[in-house]
Design a protein around this ligand. Structure first.
Ligand code: GRF
Length: 193
């Protein structure tokens, strides 16, 4: 059975989608550990409720970033994951982390490949739509490289934007697509292992 490590920083609704799929027998992997960069993230409670080991690893104030990446990599590696899944993980990971799991770190981002890297992607897409610059946004899961939200896409799905909807409405629809896509990406990458 393959193993994944899921890294979160907040609500953890995508973690929940993974947990639900595993528990339903739709996704044949084990969530070996959940790492949260925030002690009070709701995703921590979701993991605990599902009986998954949880590690809380906040970025210490003024700490050496390479050292943090190394310590994080040590913790994640100790659970021997086949795939590391960033599901709402808000810290940028450098080579000290990425080089430990070559090609095996994926990230969920609420935009199409090449569009709206960084934070507030849904809000920025909504604004761009109303300026007439785009007709749709989307969701992607991509391999993680040093550049933020820029690695090659594993899967991507467009999401239309409707004229009358609020940012909150769009966010809700984007999140629903995310919950399916994150499961599909893990299944695609680990399905045969
Ligand atoms: C998602 O929109 C994800 O694409 C982004 O952060 C959000 C995390 O949501 N990177 P959740 O914590 O999984 O509910």
């Amino acid at each position: 059975m393959s193993r994944i490590a899921v890294l979160i920083s907040g609500n953890g609704s995508n973690l929940q989608a993974l947990i639900d799929s595993v528990e339903a027998g739709d996704l044949a992997t084990e969530i070996a550990v959940v790492v949260s960069s925030q002690a009070d993230a709701f995703g921590v409670q979701r993991a605990q409720r599902a009986g998954i080991p949880v590690k809380v690893m906040p970025l210490p104030d003024g700490d050496d970033r390479d050292r943090f990446d190394r310590e994080l990599a040590d913790v994640v590696a100790s659970y021997q994951p086949d795939l590391v899944v960033l599901a709402g993980w808000m810290l940028i990971l450098g080579a000290e982390f990425l080089d430990r799991f070559p090609d095996d770190v994926i990230n969920l981002h609420p935009a199409m490949p090449g569009a709206f890297p960084g934070t507030d992607a849904i809000k920025r897409a909504h604004a761009a739509f109303h300026r007439g610059e785009i007709k749709r946004t989307g969701v992607m899961v991509h391999r993680v490289v040093a550049e933020v939200d820029a690695g090659p896409a594993v899967v991507a799905e467009p999401v239309p934007i409707f004229q009358d909807e609020s940012v909150a409405d769009l966010e809700e629809r984007v999140h629903l697509v995310e919950h399916n896509l994150i499961v599909a990406a893990v299944d695609l990458l680990l399905g045969d292992s």
